[in-house]
Write a protein that binds this ligand. Structure first.
Ligand code: NAD
Ligand code: MG
Length: 335
């Protein structure tokens, strides 16, 4: 069943009219949401730590600043845009004791709610608005009069207005221009984690490393292996992004196309799909979340060790040397 895509005319903009919005955490998402909402006519305050980077960025952007507790007091909508791993602490110590009755609590990712790290009071609306892009794109597209698509969801509707308010916020950051899709906290969280683990960040990097190793082990030059297995991935991903798998097929040679259809399934097999289902199971059962929370509490020893393994992978050395000659990578305007 395909989803309904809501646009500007489907949004009841009155739902948040005249409301005060506190943006807690002024990082990738916070910075973009605050500026877009301000430009959309909302009364926005950034809840940031004095002396922190967020405070100076907000000041630079001419967004009103306050300590988190002060931003929360008097806010009608509180967007929790700190990193997921600190949301439980910020919630317990600064937000919940100061949130006014009937306020809307908004997340950009459902992790804290789905895994029971934050359990909001019953008088609060709890919603999610998750733009499908990083903060700088959310800001840039808004500034061009366009917008990045967003997901929205309602977890708790204390006032009867939660859904309208979530949609109005999503419109305020430009999402309605890009298109809004309704989801649930659970669907957003589980699919987001699965995508980044199995396909985007985890799957793609392992595929690249394995391809590179296969060629180098077979005696080919590392530089040539780097170009074939990592560098050229960008061309393919751009084609996917612009026109799906069909566009890739339209743009590659007949030989590449035949090789793709016969050999792709020899690499990503039923066995790979069974492993993907394992990854999904660990996400759905909460075992991945528990492991990650414990890892944080222990000071991230395993996380750091595994990250170092990636940093020390031979492909990184080969790549750094080659990229130092790619002048276009140093001036982003030419990318
Ligand atoms: P980020 O790390 O870029 O920014 C978080 C900000 O919170 C930082 O400025 C940090 O200094 C601040 N912060 C940390 N602890 C704080 C505290 N105790 N009090 C006040 N501020 C504190 O994070 P982000 O990527 O913007 O992610 C925010 C939320 O948005 C997360 O829930 C994330 O899952 C979600 N999200 C992110 C993206 C993305 O592309 N980055 C996309 C969709 C959703
Ligand atoms: Mg993600």
């Amino acid at each position: 069943m395909s989803a309904t895509v809501y646009t500007t005319n489907d949004v009841n903009a009155e739902a948040l009219r005249g409301k005060r919005i506190a943006i807690i955490g002024y990082g990738s998402q916070g910075r973009a949401h605050a500026q877009n909402l301000r430009d959309d006519g909302f009364d926005v305050v950034a809840g940031v730590r004095k002396g922190g980077k967020g405070w100076s960025h907000a000041t630079e952007d001419k967004i009103a600043t306050a300590e988190v507790v002060d931003a929360v007091k008097g806010a009608d909508l509180i967007a929790i845009l700190t990193p997921d791993m600190v949301q439980d602490q910020v919630w317990k110590n600064e937000i919940e004791p100061n949130a006014k009755e009937g306020a809307t609590i908004l997340f950009a990712h459902g992790f804290s709610i789905v895994y029971g790290r934050v359990t909001p009071r019953k008088d609060l609306d709890v919603v999610l608005v998750a733009p499908k892009g990083p903060g700088d794109l959310v800001r840039r597209e808004y500034a061009r009069g366009r917008g990045v698509p967003a997901l929205f969801a309602v977890y708790q509707d204390a006032t009867g207005k939660a859904r309208d308010r979530a949609m109005a916020y999503a419109k305020g950051i430009g999402g309605a221009t890009g298109g809004l899709i309704e989801t649930t906290f659970r669907e957003e969280t589980e699919t987001d984690l699965f995508g980044e683990q199995a396909v985007l960040c985890g799957g793609a990097k392992e595929l690249v490393k394995a391809g590179y190793q296969t060629l180098v082990d077979a005696g080919y030059q590392p530089e040539v292996a780097y170009f074939e297995c990592l560098h050229e991935l960008k061309l393919i991903v751009d084609l996917f992004y612009e026109g799906g798998i069909s566009k890739m097929h339209d743009f590659i040679s007949e030989t590449a196309k035949y090789g793709a259809v016969v050999s792709g399934p020899r690499v990503v097999t039923e066995e790979t799909k069974a492993r993907m289902r394992d990854v999904l199971k660990d996400i759905q059962s909460g075992s991945f979340a528990r492991e990650w929370i414990l890892e944080n509490q222990a000071g991230k020893p395993r996380y750091n060790a595994l990250l170092n393994e990636d940093r020390d992978d031979p492909i990184e050395k080969t790549g750094a040397a080659l990229r130092s000659r790619m002048a276009w990578l140093k001036s982003p305007t030419n990318s």
